[in-house]
Write a protein that binds this ligand. Sequence first.
Ligand SMILES: NC(=O)c1ccc[n+]([C@@H]2O[C@H](COP(=O)([O-])OP(=O)(O)OC[C@H]3O[C@@H](n4cnc5c(N)ncnc54)[C@H](O)[C@@H]3O)[C@@H](O)[C@H]2O)c1
Length: 271
Amino acid sequence: MELDGRTAVVTGAASGIGLALTERFLDEGMSVVMADIEREALEREAGRIEAAGGKVHAVVCDVADSNQVADLRDRALEAYGAVHLLCNNAGVANGRPNHKTTPAEWDWVVGVNLMGVAYGVSAFVPVMLEQGEGHVVNTASEAGLTSSPALGPYHPTKYAVVGLSESLFMELEGTPVGVSCLCPELVDTKIFESTRNAPSELGYRQPPSIPIDQIAELMGTTPLPPADVAGRVAYAVRSGEFWILTHQSTLGRVHNRNSRLNQLRNPKFGN
Ligand SMILES: NC(=O)c1ccc[n+]([C@@H]2O[C@H](COP(=O)([O-])OP(=O)(O)OC[C@H]3O[C@@H](n4cnc5c(N)ncnc54)[C@H](O)[C@@H]3O)[C@@H](O)[C@H]2O)c1
Protein backbone atom coordinates (compact mmCIF):
# COMPACT_ATOMS: atom_id res chain seq x y z
CA MET A 1 0.00 0.00 0.00
CA GLU A 2 1.21 3.51 -0.76
CA LEU A 3 1.56 5.80 2.25
CA ASP A 4 1.57 9.29 0.79
CA GLY A 5 -1.73 11.11 1.29
CA ARG A 6 -3.21 8.29 3.41
CA THR A 7 -4.27 8.27 7.09
CA ALA A 8 -2.76 6.14 9.85
CA VAL A 9 -4.03 5.39 13.35
CA VAL A 10 -1.27 4.46 15.79
CA THR A 11 -1.99 3.21 19.30
CA GLY A 12 0.63 3.70 22.00
CA ALA A 13 1.73 6.72 19.98
CA ALA A 14 3.02 8.87 22.84
CA SER A 15 6.27 6.96 23.35
CA GLY A 16 8.84 4.61 21.89
CA ILE A 17 7.93 2.65 18.75
CA GLY A 18 4.48 4.27 18.40
CA LEU A 19 5.96 7.76 18.48
CA ALA A 20 8.62 6.78 15.94
CA LEU A 21 5.92 5.27 13.68
CA THR A 22 3.97 8.53 13.90
CA GLU A 23 7.01 10.59 12.90
CA ARG A 24 7.93 8.21 10.07
CA PHE A 25 4.40 8.20 8.65
CA LEU A 26 4.32 12.02 8.73
CA ASP A 27 7.61 12.06 6.80
CA GLU A 28 5.94 9.75 4.26
CA GLY A 29 3.16 12.30 3.71
CA MET A 30 0.48 10.66 5.87
CA SER A 31 -1.92 12.19 8.39
CA VAL A 32 -1.72 10.42 11.75
CA VAL A 33 -4.20 9.85 14.56
CA MET A 34 -2.11 9.39 17.70
CA ALA A 35 -3.87 7.32 20.39
CA ASP A 36 -2.53 6.69 23.87
CA ILE A 37 -3.69 6.21 27.43
CA GLU A 38 -1.03 8.56 28.87
CA ARG A 39 -2.68 11.95 28.38
CA GLU A 40 0.23 14.12 29.44
CA ALA A 41 2.80 12.43 27.18
CA LEU A 42 0.30 12.33 24.31
CA GLU A 43 -0.50 16.03 24.53
CA ARG A 44 3.18 16.91 24.86
CA GLU A 45 4.28 14.86 21.82
CA ALA A 46 1.30 15.79 19.63
CA GLY A 47 1.84 19.47 20.53
CA ARG A 48 5.55 19.25 19.65
CA ILE A 49 4.77 17.59 16.30
CA GLU A 50 2.01 20.08 15.45
CA ALA A 51 4.29 23.01 16.30
CA ALA A 52 6.73 21.62 13.71
CA GLY A 53 3.94 21.51 11.09
CA GLY A 54 2.93 17.81 11.39
CA LYS A 55 -0.69 16.86 10.70
CA VAL A 56 -1.76 14.84 13.75
CA HIS A 57 -4.92 14.35 15.74
CA ALA A 58 -4.48 13.14 19.34
CA VAL A 59 -7.06 10.90 21.02
CA VAL A 60 -6.78 9.66 24.60
CA CYS A 61 -7.79 6.01 24.38
CA ASP A 62 -7.46 2.91 26.54
CA VAL A 63 -7.19 0.10 23.96
CA ALA A 64 -8.37 -2.43 26.55
CA ASP A 65 -11.83 -0.82 26.39
CA SER A 66 -13.73 -1.80 23.23
CA ASN A 67 -15.99 1.28 23.45
CA GLN A 68 -12.99 3.59 23.50
CA VAL A 69 -11.48 1.79 20.48
CA ALA A 70 -14.78 2.15 18.57
CA ASP A 71 -14.79 5.83 19.53
CA LEU A 72 -11.19 6.14 18.28
CA ARG A 73 -12.31 4.81 14.88
CA ASP A 74 -15.23 7.25 14.76
CA ARG A 75 -13.04 10.20 15.68
CA ALA A 76 -10.41 9.24 13.11
CA LEU A 77 -13.08 9.01 10.39
CA GLU A 78 -14.54 12.31 11.52
CA ALA A 79 -11.12 14.00 11.36
CA TYR A 80 -9.80 12.56 8.08
CA GLY A 81 -12.69 10.75 6.36
CA ALA A 82 -10.82 7.42 6.03
CA VAL A 83 -8.33 5.19 7.85
CA HIS A 84 -5.87 3.33 5.63
CA LEU A 85 -3.31 2.06 8.12
CA LEU A 86 -3.90 0.81 11.66
CA CYS A 87 -0.93 0.11 13.93
CA ASN A 88 -2.14 -1.88 16.94
CA ASN A 89 1.02 -1.03 18.83
CA ALA A 90 0.16 -0.24 22.48
CA GLY A 91 1.62 -2.85 24.80
CA VAL A 92 2.69 -3.38 28.40
CA ALA A 93 4.73 -5.78 30.52
CA ASN A 94 4.18 -6.41 34.22
CA GLY A 95 7.65 -7.80 34.93
CA ARG A 96 6.49 -10.73 37.10
CA PRO A 97 6.59 -14.47 36.45
CA ASN A 98 3.32 -16.11 35.37
CA HIS A 99 2.74 -17.84 38.69
CA LYS A 100 3.25 -14.63 40.70
CA THR A 101 0.88 -12.59 38.53
CA THR A 102 -2.45 -11.80 40.20
CA PRO A 103 -5.78 -12.14 38.34
CA ALA A 104 -6.04 -8.32 38.20
CA GLU A 105 -2.58 -8.07 36.62
CA TRP A 106 -3.52 -10.76 34.07
CA ASP A 107 -6.60 -8.73 33.16
CA TRP A 108 -4.44 -5.64 32.63
CA VAL A 109 -1.73 -7.27 30.48
CA VAL A 110 -4.15 -9.42 28.44
CA GLY A 111 -6.52 -6.44 28.10
CA VAL A 112 -3.89 -4.17 26.58
CA ASN A 113 -1.68 -6.60 24.65
CA LEU A 114 -4.28 -9.00 23.24
CA MET A 115 -7.74 -7.46 23.54
CA GLY A 116 -6.38 -4.06 22.44
CA VAL A 117 -5.27 -5.66 19.17
CA ALA A 118 -8.49 -7.67 18.82
CA TYR A 119 -10.70 -4.62 19.39
CA GLY A 120 -8.64 -2.66 16.85
CA VAL A 121 -9.17 -5.38 14.25
CA SER A 122 -12.93 -5.58 14.92
CA ALA A 123 -13.37 -1.81 14.79
CA PHE A 124 -11.21 -0.89 11.80
CA VAL A 125 -10.99 -3.83 9.36
CA PRO A 126 -14.67 -3.62 8.24
CA VAL A 127 -14.09 0.08 7.45
CA MET A 128 -10.97 -0.75 5.41
CA LEU A 129 -12.79 -3.48 3.49
CA GLU A 130 -15.58 -1.06 2.66
CA GLN A 131 -13.06 1.58 1.58
CA GLY A 132 -11.30 -0.94 -0.66
CA GLU A 133 -7.86 -0.17 0.79
CA GLY A 134 -6.12 -0.78 4.09
CA HIS A 135 -3.33 -2.38 6.08
CA VAL A 136 -3.07 -3.53 9.70
CA VAL A 137 0.23 -3.78 11.56
CA ASN A 138 0.03 -5.66 14.85
CA THR A 139 2.94 -5.24 17.24
CA ALA A 140 3.76 -8.61 18.77
CA SER A 141 7.37 -9.27 19.82
CA GLU A 142 10.22 -11.71 19.58
CA ALA A 143 8.60 -12.77 22.86
CA GLY A 144 5.68 -14.01 20.74
CA LEU A 145 7.94 -16.39 18.83
CA THR A 146 10.24 -17.69 21.58
CA SER A 147 9.86 -17.96 25.35
CA SER A 148 12.02 -17.00 28.33
CA PRO A 149 11.76 -17.24 32.11
CA ALA A 150 11.87 -13.43 32.37
CA LEU A 151 8.71 -11.90 30.94
CA GLY A 152 5.74 -13.77 32.51
CA PRO A 153 2.34 -12.91 30.98
CA TYR A 154 3.98 -10.84 28.24
CA HIS A 155 4.84 -14.09 26.38
CA PRO A 156 1.34 -15.62 26.18
CA THR A 157 -0.17 -12.32 25.04
CA LYS A 158 2.46 -11.83 22.34
CA TYR A 159 2.13 -15.44 21.10
CA ALA A 160 -1.59 -14.73 20.85
CA VAL A 161 -0.96 -11.59 18.78
CA VAL A 162 1.20 -13.62 16.38
CA GLY A 163 -1.58 -16.22 16.05
CA LEU A 164 -4.26 -13.56 15.58
CA SER A 165 -2.15 -11.82 12.93
CA GLU A 166 -1.37 -15.02 10.99
CA SER A 167 -5.02 -16.06 10.86
CA LEU A 168 -6.15 -12.51 10.00
CA PHE A 169 -3.67 -12.46 7.12
CA MET A 170 -5.15 -15.70 5.77
CA GLU A 171 -8.74 -14.50 6.29
CA LEU A 172 -8.04 -11.30 4.35
CA GLU A 173 -6.00 -12.82 1.53
CA GLY A 174 -7.51 -11.77 -1.77
CA THR A 175 -9.02 -8.62 -0.25
CA PRO A 176 -7.50 -5.13 -0.51
CA VAL A 177 -6.54 -5.21 3.19
CA GLY A 178 -3.04 -6.36 4.11
CA VAL A 179 -1.65 -7.52 7.45
CA SER A 180 1.84 -7.37 8.98
CA CYS A 181 3.14 -8.64 12.29
CA LEU A 182 5.95 -6.68 13.95
CA CYS A 183 8.17 -8.85 16.16
CA PRO A 184 10.91 -6.62 17.58
CA GLU A 185 13.75 -7.93 19.69
CA LEU A 186 15.14 -5.17 21.96
CA VAL A 187 14.24 -1.55 21.16
CA ASP A 188 15.27 1.46 23.23
CA THR A 189 11.89 2.58 24.64
CA LYS A 190 10.05 2.84 27.97
CA ILE A 191 8.51 -0.67 27.77
CA PHE A 192 10.34 -1.69 30.95
CA GLU A 193 8.53 1.17 32.74
CA SER A 194 5.09 -0.04 31.56
CA THR A 195 3.59 -0.14 35.04
CA ARG A 196 3.46 3.69 34.84
CA ASN A 197 0.22 3.17 32.90
CA ALA A 198 -1.29 0.36 34.97
CA PRO A 199 -4.70 0.85 36.60
CA SER A 200 -4.11 2.53 39.98
CA GLU A 201 -5.91 -0.31 41.84
CA LEU A 202 -2.98 -2.60 40.96
CA GLY A 203 -0.93 -0.50 43.38
CA TYR A 204 2.36 -0.28 41.45
CA ARG A 205 4.87 2.31 42.57
CA GLN A 206 6.46 4.60 39.95
CA PRO A 207 8.81 2.21 38.08
CA PRO A 208 12.55 2.93 38.10
CA SER A 209 14.24 3.69 34.79
CA ILE A 210 16.68 0.85 33.95
CA PRO A 211 19.51 1.71 31.51
CA ILE A 212 18.85 -0.06 28.19
CA ASP A 213 22.45 -1.38 28.06
CA GLN A 214 21.82 -3.31 31.28
CA ILE A 215 18.74 -4.96 29.74
CA ALA A 216 20.62 -5.63 26.51
CA GLU A 217 23.33 -7.46 28.42
CA LEU A 218 20.78 -9.61 30.27
CA MET A 219 18.99 -10.45 27.02
CA GLY A 220 22.19 -10.99 25.04
CA THR A 221 21.19 -8.57 22.29
CA THR A 222 21.71 -5.03 20.97
CA PRO A 223 19.01 -2.36 21.38
CA LEU A 224 17.73 -0.67 18.23
CA PRO A 225 16.52 2.94 18.04
CA PRO A 226 12.72 3.11 17.53
CA ALA A 227 13.20 5.11 14.29
CA ASP A 228 14.92 2.08 12.69
CA VAL A 229 11.91 -0.08 13.56
CA ALA A 230 9.56 2.52 12.07
CA GLY A 231 11.55 2.44 8.83
CA ARG A 232 11.12 -1.33 8.61
CA VAL A 233 7.38 -0.99 9.21
CA ALA A 234 6.99 1.60 6.44
CA TYR A 235 8.88 -0.70 4.06
CA ALA A 236 6.76 -3.75 5.00
CA VAL A 237 3.47 -1.90 4.53
CA ARG A 238 4.58 -0.68 1.11
CA SER A 239 5.78 -4.08 -0.03
CA GLY A 240 3.02 -6.13 1.64
CA GLU A 241 5.36 -8.19 3.84
CA PHE A 242 3.81 -10.02 6.76
CA TRP A 243 6.80 -10.59 9.05
CA ILE A 244 8.66 -7.54 10.35
CA LEU A 245 11.71 -8.56 12.37
CA THR A 246 14.29 -6.18 13.78
CA HIS A 247 17.21 -8.50 14.58
CA GLN A 248 18.75 -11.36 12.63
CA SER A 249 19.26 -13.15 15.99
CA THR A 250 15.48 -13.61 16.33
CA LEU A 251 15.55 -16.17 13.51
CA GLY A 252 18.24 -18.20 15.31
CA ARG A 253 16.19 -18.29 18.51
CA VAL A 254 13.05 -19.28 16.59
CA HIS A 255 14.97 -22.01 14.80
CA ASN A 256 16.22 -23.41 18.13
CA ARG A 257 12.76 -23.27 19.65
CA ASN A 258 11.25 -25.07 16.67
CA SER A 259 14.01 -27.71 16.58
CA ARG A 260 13.38 -28.54 20.24
CA LEU A 261 9.67 -28.80 19.49
CA ASN A 262 10.28 -30.99 16.42
CA GLN A 263 12.30 -33.35 18.57
CA LEU A 264 9.81 -33.10 21.47
CA ARG A 265 12.60 -31.80 23.71
CA ASN A 266 11.71 -29.64 26.75
CA PRO A 267 11.86 -25.79 26.46
CA LYS A 268 15.19 -24.06 27.08
CA PHE A 269 16.01 -20.34 27.03
CA GLY A 270 18.70 -18.97 24.74
CA ASN A 271 20.43 -20.00 21.57
N1 LIG B 1 10.85 -2.02 23.35
C1 LIG B 1 11.04 -3.29 23.06
O1 LIG B 1 12.14 -3.84 23.25
C2 LIG B 1 9.93 -4.10 22.46
C3 LIG B 1 10.24 -5.38 21.97
C4 LIG B 1 9.20 -6.13 21.42
C5 LIG B 1 7.92 -5.62 21.36
N2 LIG B 1 7.65 -4.38 21.85
C6 LIG B 1 6.28 -3.89 21.76
O2 LIG B 1 6.26 -2.62 21.12
C7 LIG B 1 5.05 -1.94 21.47
C8 LIG B 1 5.37 -0.51 21.83
O3 LIG B 1 6.06 -0.47 23.06
P1 LIG B 1 7.37 0.43 23.30
O4 LIG B 1 8.50 -0.48 23.38
O5 LIG B 1 7.38 1.55 22.37
O6 LIG B 1 7.08 0.91 24.81
P2 LIG B 1 6.69 2.34 25.41
O7 LIG B 1 6.31 2.07 26.82
O8 LIG B 1 7.76 3.31 25.13
O9 LIG B 1 5.38 2.74 24.59
C9 LIG B 1 4.16 2.08 24.77
C10 LIG B 1 3.02 3.09 24.69
O10 LIG B 1 1.78 2.39 24.87
C11 LIG B 1 0.94 3.19 25.69
N3 LIG B 1 -0.08 2.39 26.37
C12 LIG B 1 0.07 1.57 27.43
N4 LIG B 1 -1.11 1.06 27.80
C13 LIG B 1 -2.04 1.56 26.94
C14 LIG B 1 -3.44 1.38 26.81
N5 LIG B 1 -4.15 0.62 27.67
N6 LIG B 1 -4.08 2.03 25.81
C15 LIG B 1 -3.39 2.84 24.96
N7 LIG B 1 -2.06 3.05 25.06
C16 LIG B 1 -1.39 2.41 26.03
C17 LIG B 1 1.92 3.83 26.67
O11 LIG B 1 1.37 4.97 27.31
C18 LIG B 1 3.09 4.15 25.77
O12 LIG B 1 2.98 5.45 25.23
C19 LIG B 1 4.43 -2.76 22.60
O13 LIG B 1 3.38 -3.55 22.08
C20 LIG B 1 5.57 -3.63 23.07
O14 LIG B 1 5.10 -4.80 23.67
C21 LIG B 1 8.62 -3.61 22.40
